[in-house]
Ligand binder design. Sequence first.
Ligand code: E4P
Length: 217
Amino acid sequence: MFLDTANITEIEAMLAFGWITGVTTNPTLLAKEKGRSRADISREILSILSEEQRLFIQATGETQTELYEDAQIILSKDARIAIKIPADEIGFRVMTQLKQERPDVEILATAIFSVEQSYLAALAGCDWVAPYVNRMANQGLQPAHVIADTAQLFKQLGVPTKILGASFKNTAQITETLLAGATDVTIPADLVTVMMQNKLAADSIHAFNLDAKGGRR
Ligand code: E4P
């Protein structure tokens, strides 16, 4: 499981559970951390991640050159950084360029809304594709179908590209995404908290605690 946030307090709180593989950010999440630069936020997140955990940072740019140069700047900071590249025509060019030059670089193709984009990202050698579940649902698309078809296609092609579900606004979207065949998900911290909460469980645990009172040695 990845955490979808650039907020250091949220990341610190969630790292305590030990189930976090890494952190994903995007320009919008970074902009929410007002008054701080991308480099500054990234440095602080990396300072609390382990050697095995990944930090995903998204490259931006209007042209192939701009996008490629931004990716190089991001990747130069730390070996634990994986690069997010938007899956459009310019992005596919940059993915191919980066993989040819540095096959070890880990690339996540982001802003995925179709099987077609995922297919091209896999051909470009991307390590992950990130289908945007809630944004698809908002447009009347069927994210579970897109993810299931993508998973089937990747299996059929025998490509190692993994599916990292993203853009979640409720917990049902997360479980549906995993059941549809996603290998990973990136979740906002508040939704991870919701996943831990269950009224029936809370009532049962409360009753156990009441019954245990006085009986403990
Ligand atoms: C992940 O890396 C994506 O950028 C993110 O999940 C998008 O989420 P949103 O649709 O809630 O902005």
